[in-house]
Design a protein around this ligand. Structure first.
Ligand code: SF4
Length: 445
């Protein structure tokens, strides 16, 4: 059989903004387009059409998205917009009336349909080869695994449920099969993401399914159990401190999944948490953290916080600092509250003045940095396994079990020698600062 003559391959430019969940959406769209014979262009110039996957979480992200759309229009002219900001097309069209099409978050079919309409695919089965793990935007050795879309919570500062809808979980067997495929394709670390990982499966009544001849339910603990059997690092993000989360701690102690929990606590004062309408706000989180650490002393906790939420008094802020001192979290991010168009918190009384927010932010960060530095210095002298993300000259930038990519610190290994991206390395920690560690490679046993 002779190979059909090939005309010019259609090329897509792609700009992916926002959180890891949006990144997974981008990967899905690109996987589908690649499977249909489109090529991905690294420059605006060479692209026939540019897709911009936007973020609309806070006003700063909206501005960044609108700027990115503007840049794509200026440089290329033919632009399709998707993602969270796409849920508010009027915002986009008002500033950029020339965009070809606007679609909302996780509207894969619609985006692909818009691409077909404006840049028809060229069917060539010989170029339709897509690697088994699909197209991924993360390095080959780690991958985000999205287990659900949407959210059933109603945090007052957030409009994600309005934009992305209510919780829709993927059935457990589908998720486990995807995890299996990724690990077979060389992925060494799976990062589980969603809006609320602890709520996984609630919408489909924890549907049962079988995988590798074993029965699993679509629920948090079975997810950890199944993924934990794949032999990769499994990192759990966006978990809330509900009682059922306790069940995963023994799996962490046995290293079936990484002893790492990303819990966006957002505050330590019960009254602020109530005003925020945070999931699990009634739980005694300090007692829970203490129990977890007793059961799994290696447990690393990362979290994010909001300071200067409407109505936050000095006493409530002090309560947060006190909470932080007691919780001794390993990794902490902090935002100054900023209103999001359409969020319920906008209507709350007593918004905190920007200079007070600034001052509280600085105090909070100082306290958090001191805790982080002290916890990291306790690791000096320890031996551990790390995963190499990059090699710059003769220094490898790696991560330990305690560090998620992009958001946590790194382990710098001088004299990296033969280490390559995606390698495991056994190292001894030789130094620490407030966020990162230094290490030396241990001689092979
Ligand atoms: S848990 Fe709260 S902050 Fe997170 S997506 Fe749901 S409503 Fe928004």
């Amino acid at each position: 059989m002779s190979r059909p003559a090939k005309t010019r391959v259609p090329k897509i430019g792609f700009v992916s903004l926002g959180c890891p969940k949006a990144l997974v959406d981008s990967e899905r769209i690109l996987t589908r387009l690649r499977a249909e014979g489109y090529e991905v262009s690294p420059t605006y110039d060479a692209a026939d059409v540019v897709v911009v996957n936007t973020c609309g979480f806070i006003d700063a992200a909206v501005d960044e998205s609108l700027d990115a759309i503007g840049e794509a229009i200026e440089q290329n002219g033919r632009v399709i917009v998707t993602g969270c900001l796409g849920a508010r097309p009027e915002r986009i069209l008002e500033r950029h009336p020339r965009v070809l099409k606007v679609t909302g978050p996780h509207a894969y079919e619609e985006v692909v349909g818009a691409v077909h309409e404006h840049l028809p695919p060229l069917h060539d089965p010989f170029s339709d080869l897509v690697p088994p793990q699909g197209v991924r935007l993360t390095p080959r050795h780690y991958a985000y695994l999205k287990i659900s879309e949407g959210c059933n919570n109603k945090c007052t500062f957030c409009i994600i449920p309005d934009m992305r809808g209510r919780l829709v979980s993927r059935r457990i067997d589908e998720v486990l099969r995807e995890g299996e495929r990724l690990v077979k394709a060389g992925v060494k670390e799976l990062l589980v993401i969603s809006q609320d990982t602890s709520a996984y499966g609630a919408d489909i009544k924890y549907a049962a399914a079988s995988w590798r001849d074993e029965s699993y339910q679509t629920r948090f603990i079975d997810l950890a159990r199944g993924l934990g059997s794949l032999g990769a690092w499994v990192r759990l993000h966006y978990v809330y401190p509900y009682p059922h989360v306790d069940e995963v701690i023994p799996l962490m102690a046995e290293r079936r999944v990484l002893p790492y929990l990303d819990i966006p606590f957002q505050h330590g004062s019960p009254s602020v948490l109530k005003r925020m309408r945070r999931p699990a706000h009634g739980q005694d989180t300090l007692a829970r953290i203490q129990r977890w650490r007793k059961e799994c002393p290696e447990l690393v906790l990362r979290s994010t916080f909001i300071v200067g939420f409407p109505g936050e008094t000095e006493a409530e802020f002090e309560e947060l600092l006190q909470w932080l001192d007691e919780a001794q979290l390993d990794r902490v991010g902090c935002f100054k509250y900023s209103p999001v168009e359409g969020a319920a918190a906008n209507a709350l009384p007593d918004h905190v003045a920007p200079e007070v927010q600034e001052e509280r932010y600085a105090r909070f960060m100082e306290r958090a940095a001191a805790i982080s530095a002290q916890r990291l210095s306790a690791r000096v002298g320890r031996k551990m396994r790390v995963l190499v993300d990059a090699v710059e000259e003769n220094t490898a930038i790696a991560r330990s079990e305690a560090d998620a990519p992009e958001i946590d610190g790194v382990v710098r290994i001088a004299k990296a020698g033969k280490l390559r991206v995606g390698d495991w390395a056994e190292v001894e920690i030789t130094g620490a600062d407030a966020y990162d560690l230094k290490a030396r490679i241990l001689p092979a046993q």
